[in-house]
Design a protein around this ligand. Structure first.
Ligand SMILES: [Zn+2]
Ligand SMILES: [Zn+2]
Length: 113
């Protein structure tokens, strides 16, 4: 997400916050994946989300839509820690993990079982 009150025509890296932990991941060289409408999940959150949703097959059910794909799914989701609380669906956690895992820009590996 974008920091509140910024100039949308001149977005700086430190204006871009992870929707799930609220950190300025982009400016701190933490890997990030973009979702719809400027949503961002950082590699740290993705590690936790992937581990919980895919490896542990856990997660919570919610009526909320996924912050990344803006769709509601019946699959469990992982929820972030900052208000307004964002959730990421299993499909997005998998897709974003695949993107980061493949990216040559980042040293990010999918969590292993
Ligand atoms: Zn994060
Ligand atoms: Zn999703």
């Amino acid at each position: 997400m974008h920091r509140e009150g910024i100039n949308d025509n001149n977005v700086q890296p430190e204006d871009i916050l992870c929707d799930f932990c609220g950190n300025t991941a982009w400016a701190n060289d933490i890997p990030c994946v973009e979702g719809h409408q400027g949503s961002i999940v950082c590699g740290n959150c993705l590690t936790v989300a992937y581990t919980e949703l895919v490896l542990a097959e856990a997660g919570a059910s919610t009526e909320e839509t996924c912050r990344m794909c803006l769709e509601h799914r019946d699959d469990p989701v992982w929820a972030g820690a900052v208000e307004p609380v964002a959730s990421i669906c299993k499909r997005c956690a998998k897709q974003a993990s695949a993107v980061l895992n493949k990216s040559k820009q980042w040293e990010w590996a999918k969590p292993a079982p």
